[in-house]
Every structure is written in C-alpha cells, then in structure tokens.
Design a binder for this molecule. Structure first.
Ligand code: NDP
Length: 323
C-alpha cells in the first residue's frame, strides 16, 4: 500500500500557494487536512521525515474507535493518508526546514521548495525520549514500548520493566499492573520525581517493585524482548531479569525546534495555545501532541486536528470578509 502512495506522489508538484499548509502527517495532521479539504480549502500537507508519525512505530492499535478487531498502526496511518488524498489534499513527503510567520502570506520552506499559506496548522507531534540503552532501537515495537495505554494489554501475566521516576512512569506502572504479573520500576535516582499522590499510589501497589539508583544497560531477546540487564550505580552490581517487555517513560520532546522565535512556546517547549487551537500568531494554529502533553493519544490528536481545521475555516472566512 505504501509503494502505491509513493508512486502517486512522484507527479511533479507545481503549485506553491495554498489556503492551508499543514506541517506534520500524524493523526492530527491528516484529520485536519480531511476537514479543511472537505471545506473546499486548498490544502497542502508536508509529511516530514516520518509520514504517519508515532503510530508507524507501533504494532496493533486496539483503542482507536471504528476497528472492532483492532488495526495495525502503520495500516491505520496509510488508510488516513488515502482518505486525506481522496478528499483532495496534496501531500508531499518532504521535511520543513524553515518557516516565516512574521508576515502574510506565511512562508514554509522545505528542502526543495518554498510554499505560501494563508493559514498554517502545526501538527509536528512529540517524540518520546529514548534511554539510549543497548538493544532499545532493535526491540522497539518488539517488547520495547513508549506508550502503556497503547501496548499494555499485550503483556498479560508477564514481568514488565518501566523506566523513569516521573508522573508518566508512575501512571504507566500503575496502569500496567492491570495486566502484568509484576512491574519493575527502574529509576536512576533513589527517589521519585513524581507527585506525592502518584508516588503513594505506586508504593501502595503490591505488584510494583522498585529498583533504585539503577540504569538499564542492555535489552536482549530473539524475536521479542526476553531479558533486561540493569546496573545499580551505587554499587556497580548488575542484575539480569527475565521480562516480557520494557516501557520507557522518561518524558517527551515536542517537535517545536522549527517554531522557536516564530510562535510562543510554553515552559516545556510545547506550543502555547491562546484561544482554542490558535497560537500566538493570528492565522497559525496547532493540533495534537505538539501542544498537548496531557493525553497524547491518536484519537485525541485526531480530535485536535478536527478542531484546528474548523478554526482555520472560520479564520479564513472572517479574513476574506475583512479584505
Ligand atoms: P518528567 O520529566 O517529569 O520525568 C521524567 C523522568 O524520567 C524523571 O524521573 C527522570 O529522572 C527520568 N529520566 C529522564 N531522562 C532519563 C534518562 N536518559 N535515563 C533514565 N531516566 C531518565 O516526565 P513525565 O513524562 O513523567 O511528565 C511530564 C509532565 O507531565 C510532568 O509535568 C508531569 O507532572 C506531567 N504528568 C502528570 C501526570 C498526572 O498528574 N497524572 C501523568 C503524566 C505526566 P530524574 O528524576 O533523575 O530527572
């Protein structure tokens, strides 16, 4: 299915000016494009280096409504892309390297072209921080996961490791006890960063074991993870545990580097929303994990995409009445 899409995209693209340019092609970007295209707004989606976003790195998605028996993450994103194209949006597989939101029309520069837009939706998402442990990349989606809500139910009755000591790690560890035999929290310090209430809940849960002052050295397995070696940094002792999986919950990095100095970011570097999906620049909107560090789900990102598209349509209508 992917090959088909690539072939279609080989057609020469000559158009440079669009009503809406959407930067990013995860659930937020595609949903926004479906809505703006259906509203007859000339729409360009610039997909970035990972068309489809984080779901391209997952396996089965069981919690996206509409798929009674679940759907594979890459298949869901391929289908969203086809739906976006059917609605008439143009999609290009290129990376945005610069933007100019200081004057209108806005400018969006890729490796190969410069585009102009009357409105922009930023939907570049966020990336989970990586541990940098040996085997982490190799076993990604093969036992190494960055989302307990997404993948937890696949680890029934298994020993699971959660890396991190913040609220996310505690939330994931507690959630995972619904499925796992035991959850081993491996944290690099001797105390948690998580809020008191989350700490208390985790300490009270008899299925959660803590490994303090410990780092994950190596993730091993055959087709899937089956062992993790941790090292206690206070006494240098190593321990190898037989486990079914590792959930890395050490924070996320919003993909906002491009937008520094262009739109207002919050203290954690996420896009700061001003009024619904509007950013600090009139005509520039944001949708999905790039501004949302609370929910981070495919369905919430898609919802935000829909909201941004409706806001864009209203903004463009109001603007055309003014001019
Ligand atoms: P945080 O930045 O709060 O915590 C990250 C954790 O990962 C810290 O314990 C940190 O260790 C550890 N860590 C970071 N880098 C590494 C590394 N390279 N190797 C090993 N460990 C590492 O991120 P969260 O995602 O937990 O939370 C983000 C924000 O969202 C916070 O404000 C949080 O309060 C909020 N949140 C709230 C929730 C709730 O209230 N229910 C749920 C989830 C998130 P160290 O402590 O040593 O720095």
């Amino acid at each position: 299915m992917q090959a088909e899409i690539k072939a279609e995209n080989k057609k020469p693209e000559t158009k440079r000016k669009f009503d809406v340019v959407i930067i990013g092609a995860g659930p937020a970007g595609y949903t926004a494009a479906i809505y703006t295209s259906r509203a007859k707004r000339d729409t360009l989606v610039i997909s970035g280096i990972l068309p489809g976003g984080q779901l391209m790195l997952t396996t089965e998605v069981e919690n996206y409504p509409g798929f009674a028996t679940g759907i594979m993450g890459p298949e869901l994103m391929t289908t969203m892309r086809q739906q976006t194209e059917r609605m008439g949006a143009t999609i290009i597989d290129d990376e945005v390297v610069n933007v100019d939101f200081k004057r209108k029309p806005f400018k969006v520069l890729t490796h190969s072209e410069e585009y102009e837009a009357n409105a922009v939706i930023i939907a570049t998402g966020a990336s989970p921080r990586k541990l940098g442990a040996k085997g982490e990349i190799e076993f990604s989606a093969k036992g190494v996961s960055y989302c307990a809500t997404c993948d937890g139910p696949f680890f029934k009755n298994q020993e699971i490791v959660v890396a991190g000591g913040g609220d996310s790690a505690m939330e994931e560890a507690i959630f995972l006890t619904k499925f796992a035999k035991n959850v081993h929290v491996v944290h690099r310090k001797d105390k948690l960063r998580a809020s008191k209430i989350m700490q208390d809940r985790a300490f009270e849960n008899s299925k959660i074991k803590f490994h303090w002052n410990s780092i994950i050295e190596e993730i091993k397995g055959k087709e899937k993870v089956n062992q993790i070696t941790i090292k206690n940094t206070s006494n240098s002792q190593q321990e190898t545990m037989d486990v079914g999986g590792l959930f890395v919950a050490i924070g996320h990095e919003p993909n906002t580097k491009l937008f520094q100095g262009q739109v207002e970011l919050d203290t954690q570097g996420y896009i700061a929303l001003k009024n619904h999906t509007h950013t600090s620049v009139e005509g520039v909107f944001a949708a999905g994990d790039v501004h949302d560090h609370r929910y981070r789900q495919a369905i919430t990102a898609a919802g935000f995409g829909c909201m941004a598209a409706i806001d864009v349509d209203r903004y463009l209508s109001e603007n055309s009445r003014k001019n």
